[in-house]
Design a protein around this ligand. Structure first.
Ligand SMILES: NC(=O)C1=CN([C@@H]2O[C@H](COP(=O)(O)OP(=O)(O)OC[C@H]3O[C@@H](n4cnc5c(N)ncnc54)[C@H](OP(=O)(O)O)[C@@H]3O)[C@@H](O)[C@H]2O)C=CC1
Ligand SMILES: Nc1nc2c(c(=O)[nH]1)N=C([C@H](O)[C@@H](O)CO)CN2
Length: 235
């Protein structure tokens, strides 16, 4: 088997778009999903290897690592995309919320990167780790406090793993702001959200797909962050 690319949380939206694009380009793709959706069957029909994984607990992370390692002894890349965009107002138990945010966004990527570090370095050429972080890693978020803190932790993991795994493995972040709306976002929210960036647009998943391919094909980028935010930081 050609060394696969692993994408976590690929049953919808950005992860699904990235997995589809990699399959179209002929890569071997391994995806994880938490909820079994028709999209997972479609990815499997296209040749992807699909694994169930829930990263909210240490047991779930342990199981996922065992399953991922059982698929292949070597990996071309890992894209840590799985994410739970949780708000404090929706969760009474803040202790559990904070632990879940850190498990999904920081502990899982940390444990998986350490467990697969040898698998990544077995490549003839470069291998890659891509962390899907978030614009709020640098700003915080008053409504997604634990989420933002966990994405900041993931961003710091990019710097540490870039140092630890060089020169064979490149490690970078993609930090989106608003790339896609969610079902249920009303017109008032959409109008307000669009105004947050200079470019006042919501580009869709393809913007993340292009950034992913740019990093995978780079020979001189590591420890960096691709900010996909329409100039929001200058507004
Ligand atoms: N979309 C955007 O505009 C932005 C996205 N980002 C980041 O980009 C990445 C992709 O965004 P987007 O596609 O919107 O993400 P989604 O909100 O669609 O989440 C991606 C996947 O993560 C999975 N997931 C959630 N919780 C868990 C868990 N406990 N264990 C395992 N998997 C889990 C879900 O799986 P399932 O559906 O199978 O349950 C989901 O399909 C994320 O890391 C996100 O934080 C950052 C800023 C903006
Ligand atoms: N896991 C997710 N993380 C984030 C999402 C999402 O839909 N799923 N969406 C956003 C917003 O687009 C935000 O950037 C708008 O300002 C952030 N993170």
């Amino acid at each position: 088997m050609i060394s696969p690319i692993l994408i976590t949380g690929a049953s919808q939206r950005l992860g699904l778009a990235m997995a589809d694009s990699l399959l179209e380009e002929g890569y071997t793709v391994v995806v994880t999903y938490r909820t079994l959706r028709p999209t997972i069957s479609t990815l499997k029909d296209k040749g992807a290897i699909v694994l169930h994984a829930d990263f909210s607990t240490e047991t779930g992370i342990d199981r996922a690592i065992d399953d991922i390692k059982a698929v292949s002894e070597s990996y071309r890349a890992i894209i840590h995309n799985a994410s739970d965009w949780a708000q404090e107002k929706d969760h009474d138990n803040k202790h559990d919320l904070f632990n879940r945010m850190m498990n999904v966004h920081a502990l899982a990527p940390y444990r998986i990167n350490l467990a697969l570090s040898q698998s990544l370095s077995m490549q003839g050429g470069f291998s890659d780790i891509i962390h899907m972080t978030d614009y709020v890693q640098d700003t915080g978020s008053e409504k997604h406090i634990a989420y933002a803190a966990s994405k900041a932790a993931l961003q710091n993991l990019t710097l540490s793993f870039a140092k630890k795994l060089a020169p064979k493995v490149k490690v970078n972040s993609i930090a989106p702001a608003l790339l896609m709306f969610n079902e249920g976002d009303d017109d008032a929210y959409k109008e307000k959200a669009l105004k947050k960036s200079l470019l006042e647009t919501v580009p869709g998943a393809e913007e993340a797909v292009k950034a992913m391919h740019y990093l995978l094909n780079s020979e001189y980028i590591t420890g960096q962050t691709l900010h996909l935010n329409g100039g929001r930081n200058l507004k």
